[in-house]
Ligand binder design. Structure first.
Ligand code: AHG
Ligand code: MN
Ligand code: MN
Length: 336
């Protein structure tokens, strides 16, 4: 089967022809997003080679978060740095895999944050993984780059997205005026527009959480999941289905595609940590996409997008997806 001619807009054409809230996308932002897309196209090709190019297994190093780095975590990080640091519009970048931000030679004022490889535990078992990215604007373009330049709430994002390397390589993107999706044509290396105005259904019968942590959860989350598990014979009056891929990027892609709720809540294993996922390059970009698709994203007490970060690698509790379910979770968090 050949590619359908209905799909004839590539990401470059999309960026240059699309109006966001009535205006053109700034040329510098187009340049940066294209560089990210091109790098992810290369990374998709590498991911698909796996063992053939010695890509699997541990790198034998750790990152600033105390996590073991896989070879692909390091390769993806290096590829993204190489791919974007020539962008004139970029002032600096920050990554899950680097303790400190990296200033970039560009004269522009965009800041890029990324999780170069999300779902590291799935690399060696050939399950979907991805890249997550967020773009901010430096508030003071002239001052030398500092970590504090990145510490802006998710509401300051000018663009965000992810690329999921699954059976297809698909990119979801928002510039604050809805969500679009592209699929990589692996023959040409181009991302091709496949969906406009992505909408998350307000109701759902599907939830995603790592159930093995159930005994550690706080009461509101335990109550919510207990009620889902009780199905038609319980409070909710309907049966639920559960999925857990253990790659946020793939779980959120499912939520954007067919609705659902994704949770990685605070738990008592490490009570001093607000959660496992990172605010700046996991929760914020995903929350921007989810809100733009009509869903809700919260830590239980506050919308994720409203949180003002105090650290680059800050962690957060995350509950996102279909509006009715996430609002129910928010409500349970207000109960004594
Ligand atoms: P990363 O690979 O970037 O460290 O992120 C992994 C995250 C997230 O993608 C996923 O939802 C979660 O870790 C899975 O955690 P568990 O193994 O605890 O289920
Ligand atoms: Mn991640
Ligand atoms: Mn990662």
């Amino acid at each position: 089967m050949t590619a359908s001619s209905a799909f004839n807009t590539n990401v470059k054409q999309y960026l240059s022809s699309t109006k966001v809230k009535g205006g053109d996308i700034p040329a510098g932002l187009q340049e940066l997003l294209l560089a990210v897309a091109d790098t992810c196209s290369t990374l998709s090709h590498e991911v698909a080679q796996g063992a053939l190019i010695g890509l699997l297994g541990s790198a034998g190093t750790g990152n600033v978060q105390g996590e073991v780095q896989q070879k692909l975590d390091v390769i993806a990080n290096d590829l993204l740095i190489d791919g974007v640091q020539g962008c004139k519009s970029l002032a600096g970048l920050a990554s899950e895999e680097m303790e400190l931000p990296l200033p970039v030679q560009g004269t522009g004022d965009y800041l890029l944050l990324f999780d170069p490889l999300d779902g590291s535990s799935n690399i060696d078992v050939n399950v979907s993984i991805g890249t997550i990215f967020s773009v901010l604007k430096k508030q003071d373009p002239k001052a030398p780059l500092q970590t504090t330049d990145f510490l802006l709430s998710g509401r300051h994002q000018v663009a965000a997205g992810y690329v999921v390397y699954g059976p297809q390589t698909t990119m979801a993107l928002t510039l604050g005026d809805g969500v679009v999706m592209f699929t990589l044509n692996k023959l040409t290396g181009e991302f091709v527009l496949i969906k406009h105005a992505v909408e998350i259904s307000h109701s759902t019968k599907e939830f995603a959480i790592n159930m093995s942590n159930m005994r550690h959860w706080a009461e509101p989350v335990r109550r919510y999941v207990d009620e889902c598990l009780a199905g038609v014979s319980g409070e909710r009056d309907k049966d639920f289905n559960m999925r857990w891929i253990a790659s946020m990027v793939a779980d959120v892609h499912r939520v954007l595609s067919r609705g659902g709720v994704f949770m990685y809540p605070w738990d008592q294993r490490e009570p001093h940590k607000p959660g496992k996922l990172r605010l700046m390059y996991e929760a914020n970009p995903m929350s921007f996409l989810v809100e733009q698709a009509g869903g809700v994203s919260t830590n239980g007490d506050q919308l994720i997008m409203d949180m003002v970060p105090t650290e680059l690698h800050e962690r957060v509790s995350v509950m996102l997806g279909s509006k009715e379910e996430v609002e129910r979770l928010q409500h349970y968090h207000t109960q004594p």
